[in-house]
Design a binder for this molecule. Structure first.
Ligand code: PLP
Length: 316
């Protein structure tokens, strides 16, 4: 591995001109290495940010203005709807819609593939016909299962905090586009506003991408099996699993009791790590989702061991 260069400055050349790297808010070596690799996977121009939400706000800074309307996939990441709500004072409004069908009229359509935690998928055919800017949060799919730009998205975003880095130890976001003007605008807002990735987090992405295919195959294999067993469990209803990646959600009578009864599965937020996590989302999202909904991020542990932990927690 390349050592991580944490410098914030690099000297100008002998003529006094900036070299490729001169100030880390603009660009740094680990960031460029990670962007090159993610861009290759997505066949686009990738940019990194301080977090997934850092990527989301940069997209809005770059492409929304007072009067902009956003159609947001219902049941998608709660933080995205919260961010759009906070921007009400900036004259940006949003409506939630069922992304399995056509979006309403809007300047920006923001979908999530699949939505966290309701795990629906967008209707790409109608999105391709929509005149607005199509943004796809592909955090849960990762480029292993979805290349959103190929499907018709104008901007793909990721919380790279999740599967892309995969170890619950790096906070990181990314965007990918194929339009040089859009990339330039995102880059300008990112660098000027300073919504930039730390070099260590960028290095974690280079590492994570090196094992992404193998990890995602394992997440999918285990989650497919556990979703099947959950379906058959008499105390479980509404098992939601899109058939790929490591995220399952399901409903139980008393989510708080079940989430606090697991031993191997961490009762913690976030998703996409080697270590499984599970939490009741009602504590954060309120009535936006069913009261008994548990979001279960299936890690890389043994499927039977995870099932034994789930079974004892559900049947407690
Ligand atoms: N998008 C999705 C689908 C997420 O699950 C999350 C975080 O949970 C985010 C965006 C925000 O990412 P971050 O926590 O890296 O800011």
């Amino acid at each position: 591995m390349e050592p991580v260069d944490r410098s914030t400055i690099w000297p100008y050349d002998e003529r006094g001109e900036p070299r490729q790297f001169y100030y880390s808010r603009v660009a740094h070596p680990s960031g460029v290495a990670a962007e090159t690799e993610l861009g290759r996977r997505e066949n686009g121009d990738a940019l990194l940010y301080a977090s997934g939400m850092g990527a989301a706000i940069t997209i809005l800074l770059a492409f929304a203005r007072p009067g902009t309307t956003v159609a947001l996939a219902e049941g998608c990441y709660y933080g995205t709807s919260k961010l759009l709500g906070l921007l009400d004072g900036w004259g940006i409004s949003y409506v939630e819609y069922d992304q399995t069908g056509p979006p309403p009229e809007a300047d920006i359509v923001w979908v999530e593939a699949p939505a966290n935690p309701l795990l629906t998928m967008p209707d790409w055919e109608s999105l391709r016909r929509h005149p607005g800017l199509v943004v796809c949060d592909a955090t849960v799919a990762t480029p292993v299962y979805l290349r959103g730009l190929d499907e018709g998205a104008d901007v793909v975003m990721h919380s790279a905090t999740k599967f892309l880095t995969g170890s619950h130890d790096a906070l990181l976001g990314a965007t990918v586009t194929r339009d040089p003007e859009r990339s330039a605008r995102l880059r300008e807002f990112r660098g000027t506003a300073g919504i930039v990735a730390a070099p260590d987090a960028a290095a974690a992405l280079v590492r994570g991408l090196g094992t992404l295919d193998e990890r995602m195959a394992r997440h999918t294999e285990t989650a497919t099996e556990l979703a099947r067993r959950l379906e058959a469990h008499p105390a479980v209803s509404n098992v939601r699993y899109p058939g790929f990646s490591g995220l399952i959600s399901f409903d139980v009578e008393d989510a708080r009791r079940v989430e606090t009864s697991t031993e191997l599965i961490l009762n913690a937020t976030s998703l996409g790590g080697a270590r499984s996590t599970m939490e009741s989302r009602h504590r954060w999202e309120g009535d936006r989702i069913p009261a008994g909904l548990l979001r279960f991020s299936v890690g890389l542990e043994d499927a039977d061991t995870l099932w034994a932990d789930l079974e004892q927690a559900i049947g407690h």
